[in-house]
Design a protein around this ligand. Sequence first.
Ligand code: AHM
Ligand code: MG
Length: 338
Amino acid sequence: MNQGPLDLEQLAHTRGDNLTTIQSHILAEERKHPGASGTFSWILSALTLSAKVISAKIRRARIYDVLGALDSENVQGETQQKLDVIANETLLRCLGSRAGVAVVASEENEEPLIIQRNAEGDRPYVVLFDPLDGSSNLDVCGGVGTIFSILRHDRRTTKAEDSCLQPGKSQIAAGYILYGSSTVFVLTTGNGVNMFVLDPSIGAFLLVGENLMIPRKGKTYSVNEGNRATFPDGYQRYLDWAQANDYSSRYAGAMVADIHRTLLKGGVFFYPPTKKAPEGKLRLMYEANPMALIVEQAGGKAFAGKDRILDIAPKTLHQRTSVVIGSADEVDHVLRHL
Ligand code: AHM
Ligand code: MG
């Protein structure tokens, strides 16, 4: 049906606002804090720039042959994908040039990198990230993502790692970018969760969802059931219960894609301890913590066994944890079986 030309004024009126980019959203947020120096906005703009660069490279990867594995391994002993390296370098280069960044730490680097040793005044932040989560999905055009966590830099520490080792509840912002059928940026600064989608034709992330709330229930579980035989008994009991109660299963194999679906549709994502990964597979500092903050800010829950993820006192930068993250009622169903 031809609806005739779009009346933008009318559209703005019905929406009750104008188009909002992530940049204007962040500036508006910052204006609410009169003392803010603007450095935080610069960091977020480095992250949005990285997201656009990584998104563009992923979309062209097949054509320019950057898919597939390199010969090198990362600190976890896993083979790096070419795009893992590219994404890591993109983030390091974008963040490294911004005032406000004292320390950066990446899944791909054993040690945190000090951007400015005597971080004073306008350089007070630590940024941790997983540059390309779920990268084994790349060869098959599956969803992959970037996850980040922002902490305040502790100027009293002499070792960069010590400044990173803060519990998740100290995060001042966290987010992820999902490179899926569109590129989606989900962000929390500790005051609700907002969602932006990249319009590649204008190169801007536009606000498409404000104050997202995860559904309280959702009969979907998301777990690698291939590992079921080596899960602790409680998780196996939960799966028996869920299957007896008509639950569906969805598993993308990339945490960002699985959490994004869980956030929007409800359900529970979990990665329990397994024989291969007795502490769990996912990393506390740059996977579990940021996802836990986002999901809690959206009204959900995030646990590692019986402990709230955001309360865990970290011991090492790359430490692993089990996770149970999602709709409040669904997380409770898992926990009561443990
Ligand atoms: P990665 O950071 O090396 O990509 O690993 C993390 C990924 C998560 O995205 C995903 O949830 C999980 O590993 C999948 O693991 P598995 O293949 O064991 O199910
Ligand atoms: Mg990862």
